[in-house]
Design a protein around this ligand. Structure first.
Ligand SMILES: C[S@@+](CC[C@H](N)C(=O)[O-])C[C@H]1O[C@@H](n2cnc3c(N)ncnc32)[C@H](O)[C@@H]1O
Length: 407
Protein backbone atom coordinates (compact mmCIF):
# COMPACT_ATOMS: atom_id res chain seq x y z
CA UNK A 1 0.00 0.00 0.00
CA UNK A 2 1.20 3.55 -0.83
CA UNK A 3 2.42 5.55 2.18
CA UNK A 4 0.09 8.46 3.01
CA UNK A 5 1.58 11.86 2.25
CA UNK A 6 2.12 14.14 5.22
CA UNK A 7 2.96 17.81 5.68
CA UNK A 8 6.74 18.26 5.55
CA UNK A 9 7.33 15.18 3.34
CA UNK A 10 9.88 15.68 0.59
CA UNK A 11 9.14 14.30 -2.89
CA UNK A 12 10.74 14.31 -6.30
CA UNK A 13 8.22 15.17 -9.00
CA UNK A 14 8.21 16.01 -12.72
CA UNK A 15 5.69 18.69 -13.67
CA UNK A 16 3.17 17.95 -16.47
CA UNK A 17 1.46 21.29 -16.92
CA UNK A 18 0.59 24.66 -15.38
CA UNK A 19 -2.93 25.17 -14.04
CA UNK A 20 -5.01 28.34 -14.36
CA UNK A 21 -3.86 30.31 -11.32
CA UNK A 22 -0.19 29.72 -12.09
CA UNK A 23 0.85 26.59 -10.15
CA UNK A 24 2.75 23.77 -11.83
CA UNK A 25 0.84 20.47 -11.84
CA UNK A 26 2.43 17.06 -11.24
CA UNK A 27 1.42 13.70 -9.82
CA UNK A 28 2.54 11.41 -7.04
CA UNK A 29 0.77 8.12 -7.61
CA UNK A 30 -2.89 9.12 -7.87
CA UNK A 31 -2.40 12.35 -5.94
CA UNK A 32 -2.38 15.63 -7.90
CA UNK A 33 0.27 18.09 -6.72
CA UNK A 34 0.16 21.86 -7.21
CA UNK A 35 3.53 23.61 -7.01
CA UNK A 36 3.82 27.40 -7.37
CA UNK A 37 6.68 28.67 -9.55
CA UNK A 38 7.16 25.30 -11.28
CA UNK A 39 6.66 24.80 -15.01
CA UNK A 40 5.93 21.76 -17.18
CA UNK A 41 9.16 19.84 -17.85
CA UNK A 42 10.74 20.72 -14.47
CA UNK A 43 11.87 17.91 -12.19
CA UNK A 44 11.87 19.36 -8.69
CA UNK A 45 12.25 18.34 -5.10
CA UNK A 46 9.26 19.71 -3.19
CA UNK A 47 8.17 19.90 0.41
CA UNK A 48 4.47 19.21 0.99
CA UNK A 49 2.87 22.24 2.67
CA UNK A 50 -0.84 21.51 2.24
CA UNK A 51 -3.06 18.42 1.93
CA UNK A 52 -6.68 18.37 0.74
CA UNK A 53 -8.96 15.47 -0.11
CA UNK A 54 -8.06 15.23 -3.79
CA UNK A 55 -4.79 17.11 -4.06
CA UNK A 56 -1.75 18.43 -2.19
CA UNK A 57 0.40 21.53 -2.51
CA UNK A 58 4.14 21.86 -2.18
CA UNK A 59 6.94 24.38 -2.40
CA UNK A 60 10.07 23.91 -4.47
CA UNK A 61 13.16 23.07 -2.38
CA UNK A 62 15.48 22.33 -5.31
CA UNK A 63 15.24 22.28 -9.08
CA UNK A 64 16.77 18.93 -10.02
CA UNK A 65 16.34 19.24 -13.79
CA UNK A 66 15.03 22.54 -15.19
CA UNK A 67 12.37 22.63 -17.90
CA UNK A 68 13.47 23.96 -21.33
CA UNK A 69 10.68 26.54 -20.82
CA UNK A 70 12.46 28.09 -17.82
CA UNK A 71 13.95 31.54 -18.03
CA UNK A 72 15.46 34.07 -15.62
CA UNK A 73 12.93 36.22 -13.73
CA UNK A 74 13.73 39.93 -14.09
CA UNK A 75 12.39 41.13 -10.78
CA UNK A 76 14.34 40.93 -7.49
CA UNK A 77 11.01 40.75 -5.60
CA UNK A 78 9.67 37.82 -7.67
CA UNK A 79 8.09 34.99 -5.61
CA UNK A 80 7.68 37.33 -2.61
CA UNK A 81 5.65 40.16 -4.09
CA UNK A 82 2.70 38.05 -5.29
CA UNK A 83 1.90 40.21 -8.32
CA UNK A 84 3.60 37.96 -10.92
CA UNK A 85 3.50 34.18 -11.23
CA UNK A 86 5.09 33.54 -14.67
CA UNK A 87 8.39 35.46 -14.78
CA UNK A 88 10.29 32.14 -14.68
CA UNK A 89 8.53 30.95 -17.87
CA UNK A 90 9.72 31.95 -21.38
CA UNK A 91 7.20 34.37 -22.89
CA UNK A 92 6.28 32.20 -25.92
CA UNK A 93 5.43 29.36 -23.52
CA UNK A 94 3.34 31.65 -21.29
CA UNK A 95 1.16 32.26 -24.37
CA UNK A 96 0.82 28.52 -25.10
CA UNK A 97 -0.14 27.83 -21.47
CA UNK A 98 -2.75 30.58 -21.45
CA UNK A 99 -4.32 29.31 -24.68
CA UNK A 100 -4.52 25.82 -23.16
CA UNK A 101 -6.00 27.15 -19.89
CA UNK A 102 -8.75 29.07 -21.73
CA UNK A 103 -9.72 25.86 -23.57
CA UNK A 104 -9.66 23.86 -20.32
CA UNK A 105 -11.91 26.37 -18.51
CA UNK A 106 -14.47 26.31 -21.32
CA UNK A 107 -14.40 22.53 -21.53
CA UNK A 108 -14.50 21.87 -17.76
CA UNK A 109 -16.75 24.67 -16.49
CA UNK A 110 -18.56 25.72 -19.68
CA UNK A 111 -19.02 22.08 -20.80
CA UNK A 112 -18.01 23.03 -24.36
CA UNK A 113 -16.29 19.90 -25.75
CA UNK A 114 -13.96 21.46 -28.33
CA UNK A 115 -13.79 25.21 -27.61
CA UNK A 116 -12.82 27.40 -30.60
CA UNK A 117 -9.78 29.09 -28.99
CA UNK A 118 -7.59 31.20 -31.27
CA UNK A 119 -3.87 31.84 -30.73
CA UNK A 120 -3.27 34.33 -27.90
CA UNK A 121 -2.58 37.86 -29.16
CA UNK A 122 0.78 38.65 -27.51
CA UNK A 123 1.66 41.83 -25.69
CA UNK A 124 4.13 43.89 -27.76
CA UNK A 125 5.83 44.59 -24.43
CA UNK A 126 6.16 41.48 -22.20
CA UNK A 127 7.60 43.74 -19.44
CA UNK A 128 7.07 47.47 -18.65
CA UNK A 129 3.56 47.32 -20.14
CA UNK A 130 1.34 48.56 -17.30
CA UNK A 131 -0.01 52.07 -17.60
CA UNK A 132 -1.38 52.13 -14.07
CA UNK A 133 -0.37 50.58 -10.74
CA UNK A 134 -1.75 50.71 -7.23
CA UNK A 135 0.72 50.84 -4.34
CA UNK A 136 0.06 50.58 -0.63
CA UNK A 137 1.73 52.77 1.97
CA UNK A 138 2.04 51.95 5.66
CA UNK A 139 3.05 54.53 8.24
CA UNK A 140 4.32 53.73 11.69
CA UNK A 141 5.27 56.56 14.07
CA UNK A 142 9.02 57.17 14.03
CA UNK A 143 9.67 54.78 11.11
CA UNK A 144 10.06 55.34 7.36
CA UNK A 145 6.91 54.67 5.34
CA UNK A 146 6.63 51.22 3.77
CA UNK A 147 5.68 51.31 0.05
CA UNK A 148 4.77 48.21 -1.86
CA UNK A 149 2.18 45.84 -3.28
CA UNK A 150 -0.57 44.00 -1.50
CA UNK A 151 -2.18 40.90 -3.00
CA UNK A 152 -5.33 40.62 -0.90
CA UNK A 153 -7.14 43.26 1.16
CA UNK A 154 -6.00 41.79 4.47
CA UNK A 155 -2.50 40.72 3.41
CA UNK A 156 0.79 42.33 4.41
CA UNK A 157 2.56 44.92 2.26
CA UNK A 158 5.54 43.57 0.32
CA UNK A 159 7.97 46.48 -0.09
CA UNK A 160 9.09 46.98 -3.70
CA UNK A 161 11.93 49.22 -4.86
CA UNK A 162 10.80 49.02 -8.50
CA UNK A 163 8.39 46.97 -10.56
CA UNK A 164 9.37 45.35 -13.86
CA UNK A 165 5.88 45.17 -15.38
CA UNK A 166 5.02 48.88 -15.05
CA UNK A 167 6.02 51.63 -17.45
CA UNK A 168 9.35 53.21 -16.45
CA UNK A 169 7.63 56.54 -15.69
CA UNK A 170 5.69 54.78 -12.90
CA UNK A 171 8.99 53.59 -11.40
CA UNK A 172 10.23 57.20 -11.53
CA UNK A 173 7.06 58.38 -9.74
CA UNK A 174 7.53 55.61 -7.17
CA UNK A 175 11.08 56.79 -6.55
CA UNK A 176 9.92 60.39 -6.11
CA UNK A 177 7.22 59.26 -3.70
CA UNK A 178 9.73 57.28 -1.66
CA UNK A 179 12.09 60.28 -1.44
CA UNK A 180 9.19 62.50 -0.35
CA UNK A 181 8.31 60.09 2.44
CA UNK A 182 11.87 59.41 3.58
CA UNK A 183 12.56 59.78 7.29
CA UNK A 184 10.43 58.91 10.32
CA UNK A 185 6.67 59.29 9.83
CA UNK A 186 5.07 61.82 12.17
CA UNK A 187 2.86 60.16 14.76
CA UNK A 188 -0.14 62.35 13.83
CA UNK A 189 -0.17 61.59 10.07
CA UNK A 190 -3.77 61.66 8.85
CA UNK A 191 -5.11 61.41 12.38
CA UNK A 192 -3.07 58.31 13.10
CA UNK A 193 -4.30 56.40 10.01
CA UNK A 194 -1.72 53.70 9.35
CA UNK A 195 -2.34 52.83 5.70
CA UNK A 196 -3.01 54.61 2.42
CA UNK A 197 -3.31 53.65 -1.20
CA UNK A 198 -1.85 55.50 -4.13
CA UNK A 199 -2.55 54.95 -7.84
CA UNK A 200 0.28 55.92 -10.19
CA UNK A 201 -0.37 56.41 -13.92
CA UNK A 202 2.21 56.20 -16.69
CA UNK A 203 3.37 58.86 -19.11
CA UNK A 204 3.17 56.16 -21.84
CA UNK A 205 -0.39 56.08 -23.17
CA UNK A 206 -1.11 59.51 -21.69
CA UNK A 207 -2.48 62.36 -23.76
CA UNK A 208 -0.45 65.60 -23.97
CA UNK A 209 1.83 65.03 -21.02
CA UNK A 210 5.34 66.47 -20.93
CA UNK A 211 8.04 64.10 -19.66
CA UNK A 212 8.38 64.37 -15.91
CA UNK A 213 4.85 65.80 -15.45
CA UNK A 214 2.00 63.87 -13.89
CA UNK A 215 -0.65 62.59 -16.32
CA UNK A 216 -3.29 63.24 -13.62
CA UNK A 217 -5.38 66.42 -14.01
CA UNK A 218 -7.49 67.04 -10.93
CA UNK A 219 -9.55 63.90 -10.39
CA UNK A 220 -9.11 62.68 -13.98
CA UNK A 221 -6.45 61.11 -16.15
CA UNK A 222 -6.15 61.65 -19.88
CA UNK A 223 -5.30 58.59 -21.98
CA UNK A 224 -4.72 58.41 -25.71
CA UNK A 225 -5.97 55.43 -27.72
CA UNK A 226 -5.81 55.22 -31.52
CA UNK A 227 -5.41 59.00 -31.73
CA UNK A 228 -8.47 59.70 -29.54
CA UNK A 229 -8.39 61.18 -26.06
CA UNK A 230 -10.17 59.48 -23.17
CA UNK A 231 -10.89 61.02 -19.79
CA UNK A 232 -10.85 58.43 -16.99
CA UNK A 233 -11.51 58.94 -13.24
CA UNK A 234 -8.13 58.98 -11.47
CA UNK A 235 -9.38 56.17 -9.18
CA UNK A 236 -11.39 54.46 -11.93
CA UNK A 237 -10.88 51.52 -14.24
CA UNK A 238 -8.74 51.61 -17.37
CA UNK A 239 -7.30 48.69 -19.35
CA UNK A 240 -3.93 47.90 -17.74
CA UNK A 241 -1.74 47.13 -20.77
CA UNK A 242 -0.87 50.33 -22.64
CA UNK A 243 0.94 48.37 -25.38
CA UNK A 244 -2.04 46.09 -26.19
CA UNK A 245 -5.06 48.34 -25.59
CA UNK A 246 -5.37 49.39 -29.25
CA UNK A 247 -5.32 45.74 -30.39
CA UNK A 248 -8.00 45.07 -27.80
CA UNK A 249 -10.21 47.82 -29.23
CA UNK A 250 -9.65 46.45 -32.77
CA UNK A 251 -10.52 42.93 -31.54
CA UNK A 252 -13.80 44.11 -30.00
CA UNK A 253 -14.73 46.15 -33.09
CA UNK A 254 -14.03 43.15 -35.36
CA UNK A 255 -15.94 40.78 -33.06
CA UNK A 256 -19.05 43.00 -33.24
CA UNK A 257 -19.19 42.56 -37.07
CA UNK A 258 -21.27 45.71 -37.51
CA UNK A 259 -23.13 46.78 -40.65
CA UNK A 260 -23.95 50.28 -39.37
CA UNK A 261 -27.68 49.62 -38.82
CA UNK A 262 -27.44 48.14 -35.32
CA UNK A 263 -28.44 49.25 -31.84
CA UNK A 264 -25.52 48.29 -29.60
CA UNK A 265 -25.39 48.02 -25.82
CA UNK A 266 -21.93 48.45 -24.23
CA UNK A 267 -22.58 46.89 -20.82
CA UNK A 268 -19.97 47.64 -18.10
CA UNK A 269 -18.69 50.41 -20.41
CA UNK A 270 -16.48 52.21 -17.86
CA UNK A 271 -15.29 55.52 -19.34
CA UNK A 272 -16.47 54.47 -22.79
CA UNK A 273 -13.26 53.01 -24.27
CA UNK A 274 -15.15 50.62 -26.57
CA UNK A 275 -18.15 52.97 -26.98
CA UNK A 276 -15.91 55.65 -28.47
CA UNK A 277 -14.89 53.34 -31.32
CA UNK A 278 -18.18 51.46 -31.70
CA UNK A 279 -20.62 54.41 -31.73
CA UNK A 280 -19.48 55.73 -35.15
CA UNK A 281 -20.19 52.22 -36.57
CA UNK A 282 -23.79 51.81 -35.33
CA UNK A 283 -27.19 53.50 -35.42
CA UNK A 284 -27.52 53.95 -31.65
CA UNK A 285 -25.11 53.14 -28.85
CA UNK A 286 -26.15 52.62 -25.23
CA UNK A 287 -23.56 52.44 -22.46
CA UNK A 288 -24.12 51.27 -18.85
CA UNK A 289 -21.74 51.35 -15.89
CA UNK A 290 -22.11 51.43 -12.12
CA UNK A 291 -19.40 54.09 -11.71
CA UNK A 292 -21.18 57.45 -12.05
CA UNK A 293 -17.92 59.34 -12.57
CA UNK A 294 -16.87 56.95 -15.35
CA UNK A 295 -20.25 57.50 -17.06
CA UNK A 296 -19.63 61.28 -16.86
CA UNK A 297 -16.26 60.69 -18.56
CA UNK A 298 -17.86 58.43 -21.22
CA UNK A 299 -20.39 61.14 -22.12
CA UNK A 300 -17.66 63.76 -22.34
CA UNK A 301 -15.33 61.45 -24.31
CA UNK A 302 -17.91 60.90 -27.05
CA UNK A 303 -19.05 64.55 -27.06
CA UNK A 304 -15.47 65.85 -27.41
CA UNK A 305 -14.90 63.52 -30.39
CA UNK A 306 -18.09 64.81 -32.05
CA UNK A 307 -19.99 61.52 -31.60
CA UNK A 308 -23.66 62.19 -30.86
CA UNK A 309 -25.46 58.80 -31.07
CA UNK A 310 -24.44 57.61 -27.57
CA UNK A 311 -26.78 57.38 -24.53
CA UNK A 312 -25.27 56.48 -21.18
CA UNK A 313 -26.83 55.17 -17.98
CA UNK A 314 -25.21 55.08 -14.53
CA UNK A 315 -26.38 52.09 -12.52
CA UNK A 316 -26.39 48.34 -12.12
CA UNK A 317 -26.40 46.53 -15.49
CA UNK A 318 -29.12 44.07 -14.39
CA UNK A 319 -31.46 46.85 -13.23
CA UNK A 320 -30.87 49.14 -16.24
CA UNK A 321 -31.37 46.17 -18.58
CA UNK A 322 -34.78 45.56 -17.03
CA UNK A 323 -35.92 49.18 -16.68
CA UNK A 324 -34.61 50.78 -19.86
CA UNK A 325 -34.51 47.93 -22.34
CA UNK A 326 -36.88 45.06 -21.45
CA UNK A 327 -39.78 47.11 -20.00
CA UNK A 328 -39.54 49.77 -22.77
CA UNK A 329 -38.97 47.10 -25.43
CA UNK A 330 -35.90 48.93 -26.80
CA UNK A 331 -34.42 46.60 -29.42
CA UNK A 332 -30.73 45.74 -29.14
CA UNK A 333 -28.85 43.82 -31.86
CA UNK A 334 -25.38 43.55 -30.36
CA UNK A 335 -24.24 43.51 -26.73
CA UNK A 336 -20.65 44.05 -25.59
CA UNK A 337 -20.23 42.64 -22.08
CA UNK A 338 -17.08 43.47 -20.09
CA UNK A 339 -17.89 42.67 -16.45
CA UNK A 340 -15.43 42.64 -13.52
CA UNK A 341 -13.68 39.38 -12.49
CA UNK A 342 -16.77 37.99 -10.74
CA UNK A 343 -18.64 37.89 -14.06
CA UNK A 344 -22.33 38.63 -14.65
CA UNK A 345 -25.10 38.16 -12.11
CA UNK A 346 -28.03 35.85 -12.90
CA UNK A 347 -30.37 38.80 -13.57
CA UNK A 348 -27.98 40.14 -16.25
CA UNK A 349 -27.79 36.75 -18.00
CA UNK A 350 -31.56 36.18 -17.77
CA UNK A 351 -32.13 39.74 -19.00
CA UNK A 352 -29.90 39.10 -22.02
CA UNK A 353 -31.77 35.89 -22.83
CA UNK A 354 -35.01 37.91 -22.85
CA UNK A 355 -33.47 40.80 -24.83
CA UNK A 356 -32.22 38.31 -27.49
CA UNK A 357 -29.44 40.31 -29.22
CA UNK A 358 -28.21 38.42 -32.29
CA UNK A 359 -24.59 38.78 -31.10
CA UNK A 360 -22.90 39.01 -27.72
CA UNK A 361 -19.21 39.88 -27.44
CA UNK A 362 -18.20 38.79 -23.94
CA UNK A 363 -14.83 40.18 -22.76
CA UNK A 364 -13.46 38.89 -19.49
CA UNK A 365 -10.29 38.81 -17.41
CA UNK A 366 -11.44 35.62 -15.69
CA UNK A 367 -11.98 32.55 -17.93
CA UNK A 368 -13.68 30.60 -15.10
CA UNK A 369 -16.57 33.04 -14.53
CA UNK A 370 -16.74 33.66 -18.28
CA UNK A 371 -17.11 29.91 -18.89
CA UNK A 372 -19.84 29.68 -16.21
CA UNK A 373 -21.78 32.61 -17.74
CA UNK A 374 -21.33 31.32 -21.28
CA UNK A 375 -22.84 27.97 -20.29
CA UNK A 376 -26.02 29.80 -19.27
CA UNK A 377 -26.12 31.75 -22.54
CA UNK A 378 -25.44 28.59 -24.59
CA UNK A 379 -28.30 26.82 -22.78
CA UNK A 380 -30.48 29.81 -23.70
CA UNK A 381 -29.95 29.37 -27.44
CA UNK A 382 -26.58 30.97 -28.26
CA UNK A 383 -23.69 29.32 -30.12
CA UNK A 384 -20.05 29.96 -29.27
CA UNK A 385 -18.25 31.12 -32.41
CA UNK A 386 -14.83 32.14 -31.18
CA UNK A 387 -12.63 32.77 -28.16
CA UNK A 388 -9.84 35.26 -28.72
CA UNK A 389 -7.39 35.45 -25.80
CA UNK A 390 -5.29 38.60 -25.45
CA UNK A 391 -2.24 38.72 -23.21
CA UNK A 392 -3.12 41.89 -21.33
CA UNK A 393 -1.16 40.68 -18.28
CA UNK A 394 2.22 39.13 -19.26
CA UNK A 395 4.25 37.53 -16.43
CA UNK A 396 1.05 36.97 -14.45
CA UNK A 397 -1.60 34.26 -14.22
CA UNK A 398 -4.29 36.58 -15.61
CA UNK A 399 -5.84 36.09 -19.06
CA UNK A 400 -8.17 38.34 -21.04
CA UNK A 401 -10.57 36.68 -23.50
CA UNK A 402 -13.02 38.13 -26.03
CA UNK A 403 -15.68 35.52 -26.83
CA UNK A 404 -18.25 35.75 -29.62
CA UNK A 405 -21.74 34.27 -29.16
CA UNK A 406 -24.43 34.27 -31.84
CA UNK A 407 -28.05 33.20 -32.02
C1 LIG B 1 -13.54 45.34 -16.59
S1 LIG B 1 -14.17 46.96 -16.34
C2 LIG B 1 -14.59 47.35 -18.00
C3 LIG B 1 -14.64 48.81 -18.37
C4 LIG B 1 -14.64 49.17 -19.84
N1 LIG B 1 -15.32 48.22 -20.68
C5 LIG B 1 -13.24 49.44 -20.36
O1 LIG B 1 -12.75 48.65 -21.18
O2 LIG B 1 -12.63 50.45 -19.97
C6 LIG B 1 -15.65 46.60 -15.51
C7 LIG B 1 -16.56 47.77 -15.27
O3 LIG B 1 -17.75 47.25 -14.67
C8 LIG B 1 -18.29 48.22 -13.79
N2 LIG B 1 -19.23 47.47 -12.93
C9 LIG B 1 -18.95 46.53 -12.00
N3 LIG B 1 -20.08 45.98 -11.52
C10 LIG B 1 -21.12 46.59 -12.14
C11 LIG B 1 -22.53 46.44 -12.10
N4 LIG B 1 -23.13 45.55 -11.30
N5 LIG B 1 -23.27 47.22 -12.90
C12 LIG B 1 -22.69 48.14 -13.71
N6 LIG B 1 -21.36 48.30 -13.82
C13 LIG B 1 -20.58 47.54 -13.04
C14 LIG B 1 -17.08 48.86 -13.16
O4 LIG B 1 -17.38 50.16 -12.72
C15 LIG B 1 -16.07 48.85 -14.32
O5 LIG B 1 -16.08 50.07 -15.01
Amino acid sequence: MEKRIEIGDRLEVTMDSVAFGGSGVGRHGRLVLFVPFAVDGDTVEIEIDGIRRSYATGRICRILNPSPFRTEAKCPHYERCGGCQYQHIAYAHQLELKKRQVGEALARIGKVPDPPVREVLPSPMPYAYRGKAEFHLRFAPGKSALIGYKEAADSRIVPVSRCEIVDESINRSLDMLRKKLEGPSPSNRRGGKGEERVVLWSEAGAASVEPGHSPVRGNRVLRQVKGKILRVPAWGFFQANSSLVETMVDTVVRACALSGAENLLDAYCGSGLFSLFLAPRVQRLFGVDGDREAIGCAEENLREEGVSNGEFYAGDVGEILKKHFLERKTPVDVVVLDPPRIGCSADVLDGLLRLKPSRIVYISCNPTTQARDMRRLLDGGYTLKELQPLDMFPQTKHIEVAGILER
